[in-house]
Design a protein around this ligand. Structure first.
Ligand code: MYR
Length: 280
């Protein structure tokens, strides 16, 4: 059984890894007025920040069209028997639903849409594992069982510099009543039931960082080898500092650094930082 792995651009998997593991990527877009750019294809993260600084228009984001999905699935049907299509949380984007709709429209290949219930490199870790298993010839059902296990054990906490981006894009759930008070503090955010909710409120960015490190430490102190990803919104220096500090404390953990790309940065703003890991 040959299974193709598809994920969307918000996993921000570097191109060389995508090529090596044969991960097919479907892009979401950022839209400045009438101009739409597919992220990772037509606009890089550096171009995005450059454009943000020059543009008077605030960007919006859009999911891939159903047509893009059907075209990709039909193309994959020529070389594969099945597709596992892994997407950002259905609670924050219609992308997963797009894969479901397209999968039902295409007869030439069996499509298994998978809702990662997260995004960014947390979703990337899931797609990478799926691709490694697919390359070994594992059956789609076996791969999906492992992905469900990873999803259940995924931990991701993040913080933003300015909550107004999340508020404007309507991606901060259950917090409308709290917005006023949240703007005064640095909330730590996480996903619960597919949507973004405040996890805890702390006074300063420094305290938010120590609390995220503490949460990570609770799972990392077991000494079991694990992978963790530090994700930054144009704060590479800070990400490198996190890596240095955390690697000294947890030498058994393999730390990767990733970034919030254009689509996610539109909703989080510059300066966001996050840490994700799989507790298994
Ligand atoms: C769309 O237009 O369909 C895309 C909407 C994307 C919303 C992104 C909201 C922020 C997600 C933060 C993920 C952090 C993961 C560690």
């Amino acid at each position: 059984m040959k299974t193709a792995i598809v994920t969307d651009s918000t996993a921000y998997i570097p191109k060389d890894i995508r090529e090596k593991l044969r991960i097919h990527m479907i892009p979401l877009s950022v839209v400045f007025g009438n101009e739409s750019y597919q992220e990772e294809v037509e606009i890089s993260i550096d171009d995005f920040y450059e454009k943000i600084r020059r543009s008077k228009i605030l960007p919006k984001t859009t999911q891939p069209s159903t047509g893009m999905f059907t075209e990709l699935f039909e193309r994959l049907a020529k070389d594969y028997d099945a597709v596992i299509s892994i997407h950002l949380s259905s609670g924050i984007s219609g992308t997963y639903q797009g894969a479901v709709t397209a999968g039902n429209m295409v007869d030439s290949i069996k499509v298994y849409p998978f809702d990662s219930e997260i995004s960014c490199m947390a979703q990337g870790l899931i797609a990478i594992e799926a691709a490694e298993m697919a390359l070994k010839g594992e059956e789609p059902e076996t791969i999906l069982r492992r992905l469900e296990q990873m999803r259940a054990n995924m931990r991701a906490y993040f913080m933003v510099d300015d909550l107004s981006h999340l508020q404007r894009g309507g991606r901060l759930s259950g917090a409308q009543a709290l917005i006023g008070s949240l703007l005064q503090v640095k909330p730590i955010l996480h996903f619960q039931n597919k949507v973004i909710v405040p996890f805890e409120q702390v006074r300063t960015r420094k305290k938010a960082v120590s609390r995220i490190f503490e949460l990570f430490g609770e799972d990392a102190k077991t000494g079991r080898p694990m992978k963790a990803v530090i994700i930054h919104g144009n704060r590479e220096e800070e990400a490198l500092k996190w890596k240095e500090e955390l690697s000294a404390l947890y030498p058994h953990v393999e730390f990767w650094i990733s970034y919030f790309g254009p689509v996610i940065a539109t909703h989080l703003g510059e300066g966001a930082m996050g840490l994700c890991w799989i507790k298994d």
